[in-house]
Every structure is written in C-alpha cells, then in structure tokens.
Design a protein around this ligand. Structure first.
Ligand code: SF4
Length: 434
C-alpha cells in the first residue's frame, strides 16, 4: 500500500518530527521513520497544535484529479512544476469558482499570471472562496483596480539596480534576483511587475554573470540574498553554479536564499538539494509563510530537512487583510514555525502594488499583532514588523508604544499587560559613567 511521504528515498531522514506531528501519526511516515524517531526516551505529552495532516487529503485529490499519476510522480518536484494549474478551466474543475474569481480570470489579463502547484491546490477549500490559502493564490476582480498610492515598483528596486538582477540598496548587502519564476504565484507579490513574465526581467546566465561580476567588484558586499521569483524553481545544477561562483568571491561572507518552496512545493527539498546546499555554508534560508494552514506535515518535513543540514531558517510573512491579520491566526503561525525550526523573522506591511487594496491592512493592525504576541508567547516567535518604505527607503521597523514618558529622570515603560513601570534611566550628559 502506498504511503504519502515525501521522503521514501532519503539517505538521511529529517530530524525529530515526533513533537510536531504527534505520537499517533507515525504511520504516515513509514517504517524507516518509525525506526529512527520512536520517542523512546521522550516523556509522553500532548501536542497542542500538530502540523496540518495533508496526506489523506493529498491522496484523495491526486486520485480524483490526476488518476493516472503515481505517488512517485506526485512527489517529484518536476512533475509538480509541469502540472501546475495555469488556467481557469483547470482550476474550475478542482474548486467551485465564485463569480468574482471566474470573472477575474476570464476577463482582462492580470499582470500576475496564475500558477498553483497541484500540491498547494490540494490544500484549497473547494467550496469557500474566503478560505485564507485560496485567497492568497486565486485571483479576484480586486486585482484589476489600481488605488491611490499603488505603483508597479513601489520599493523603487529598479532604480537601485546597477545591473539587471542586482538591487543594491543597503551598504553591505545586495539582493540578487536570479529568476522571474515561481511555482505558485501569490496574488499580493511585491514583484508582480516581474515574476512570471519574459522580457526585461527574464534572467539568464549572461545576466547572472554580470551580477556576479558586480558583486566581485564591490568588496563592501558581504551578504548576498538570492531571490526572484523563487530561486528554488531552478535546478540543482543552476543553483550550484550560482552558489559556487558567489563562494569564490572572498568578501562574500553570507549567502541567503528567499523561497516559498517549502510551503508550496515541499517536494523540492530533496536529499540531493540539501546535500548540495550544505557545501556552501554559511547559508541561510528565508521561507515565505502566510498562514498556519500552510504548515502541513510535508512542509514540516521539508523545513526540518533543511534545518538538519545546518541551514538556519527564518520566515517572512506579509500581513494580509482577512488572511492572517488576527492575533490568534498569527500566533498559530509563529508558534507553528518555531515547531518546525523556523524563526519568525519579518512581518511585512503589504506593499502597495497595483490591485492590492483588498490585501492591505491599516498599520495599526500590524502593531496590534506585535502587541498580541510580545509577552504572550516565546520571544523567538515574535517577528520584527516592518514597512518597506515606498520610494526605496528600505525596511523601517515599527513597534507599539512601550515608552510612555519620562518623570524625574525615570523612564515610564508600558509592559505587555498594559501596566506602567519606572526605569531609573542613566543621565545622558553630566554624571554619565563610562
Ligand atoms: S513566491 Fe515570492 S516572488 Fe513568488 S509570487 Fe510569491 S511573493 Fe512573489
């Protein structure tokens, strides 16, 4: 009988999944994982929120919509990419499209193409157009309305680009856009102007070489963030070409990769990929997660496999109206991320790209999220809330007002419960002890 696991072929199984999936869910992982991860010494304890079990759902989805596809094919990331849902007819067979969704895809073309991996499509609620995951990937007519303040390139990345693919904004680091492709397109994507399109933003080896040369010629660049598009849509060889060339540059200390693959295409995190990535440490990965329902067992296994390879994982989350902008959902997301060894890193205010007004929240919402997390859960779980300043100003962190005033040299500080405490601050001029 088939077992829905991504890791049947692995040489090194992923680290502890027991705390994440719960002790009664081992059967999903097959014999090898039972052997390696029986929690013999661990005390029995309840797990408040196991990662979402998607195995049986994915199996039913595959049997219904891809009846001739084997489990092995389903687990192959190339198959997932080849079989992405790209048109309204195919999507309409899988989920019951609302008038709004159908209209959005049937009329004028959106600047952002439609693509959803079969894996991620299996997580969509076929009946509920308001479901959080569905809203992130299925277009609605709101996308076609440009509101005031929205711009194709709100962060002015193109202006800060000395050569195609490189954005050099901060003093010691660059963003290296290595592809315009993603396995699944998020409807709120900051780079909707370039992802999924050919033309100016079609990045190829010649442009990669120019990007590498630029970095080599700038000794101040100690940190390179590979992004796009999603760099993990590249094959292992292409990715290794980039990593190897960057590693040959002596002043590049740190390489980072930004990707959504672990949650939309977890099949991509193969033993071969991880083995290759390990050769290029220090290498960090930022995962883009939007909602706790994305933290399935498959996503958990992908993240744990990366973490086991010594790759520090952070997450970036865009604050999205009606999707993750309530404290309970956000708390489930950040706590779930920690359980799969991902540190919540940034919470972004949604950028004002064209047709994004239905996704954007007031800034007060973001502050409410931080106020609802800080003190109420593990400090590691609290991301930094930032606005990426329109016009290219860079990331600006925002915090709720914790400093409420001064009194006789004391600072008046508000704690997470709203109580005010005094802190005897050091005098700033005379009497300073150095
Ligand atoms: S994965 Fe990232 S780059 Fe790709 S569509 Fe989503 S937000 Fe944009």
């Amino acid at each position: 009988m088939e077992s829905e696991t991504l890791f049947v072929e692995e040489a090194e199984p992923p680290g502890r999944l027991t705390d994440i999936v719960g002790p009664n869910q081992y059967s999903d992982f097959g014999t090898s994982l039972n052997t390696f991860y029986t929690p013999a010494a661990a005390p029995a304890r309840s797990v408040s929120r196991p990662a979402v079990s998607n195995d049986s759902r994915a199996r039913a989805f595959r049997k219904r919509f891809f009846p001739n596809t084997t489990l092995k094919e389903w687990q192959d990331w190339h198959w997932q990419l080849r079989n992405r849902v790209r048109d309204v007819e195919t999507l309409g067979r899988m989920i019951h499209l609302s008038e709004d969704e159908r209209h959005a895809m049937s009329g004028q073309a959106s600047s952002l193409p439609l693509a959803i991996t079969p894996y991620y499509a299996s997580l969509l609620d076929p009946w509920n157009p308001r479901q959080a995951l569905r809203r992130t990937v299925v277009p609605t007519v709101h996308e076609h309305f440009r509101s005031s303040g929205e711009a194709d390139d709100p962060l002015h990345e193109d202006e800060d680009s000395p050569v195609p693919g490189i954005v050099h904004r901060y003093p010691d680091r660059v963003l290296f856009l290595v592809t315009g492709n993603c396995s699944t397109y998020c409807r709120y994507c900051t780079r909707s102007r370039m992802v999924g399109h050919q033309g100016n933003h079609c990045l190829n080896t010649e442009q990669w070489e120019k990007g590498i040369s630029y970095i080599a010629e700038h000794p101040e660049v100690r940190d390179v963030l590979l992004s796009g598009g999603d760099p993990l849509t590249l094959g292992d060889e292409q990715l290794e070409w980039l990593l190897a060339h960057l590693r040959r540059i002596p002043h590049v200390e740190l390489i980072r990769i930004g990707t959504k693959a672990p949650v939309v295409l977890p099949q991509r995190i193969t033993p071969g990929l991880v083995k290759m990535l390990k050769r290029y440490h220090p290498l960090w990965i930022s995962i883009h997660a939007a909602h706790p329902d994305e933290l399935t067992q498959d996503a958990a296994r992908a993240c744990i496999r990366l973490a086991d390879a010594g790759i520090p994982l952070g997450s970036q989350t865009v604050l999205l109206s009606g999707i993750n902008d309530d404290v309970e959902t956000m708390k489930r997301l950040v706590q779930g991320l920690l359980k799969i060894r991902v540190k919540p890193y940034y919470l972004y205010q949604c950028d004002p790209i064209p047709g994004s007004s239905h996704f954007r929240t007031p800034v007060a919402k973001g502050l409410e999220m931080i106020r609802g997390l800080r003190g109420f859960t593990t400090g590691y779980a609290v991301p930094t809330y930032v606005i990426d300043a329109p016009g290219g100003g860079g990331k600006i962190p925002l915090l709720p007002e914790y400093v409420v005033g001064q009194d006789n040299g004391d600072l008046l500080l508000r704690n997470y419960e709203g109580q005010v405490f005094r802190y005897p601050d050091c005098p700033s001029e005379e009497g300073v002890i150095h």
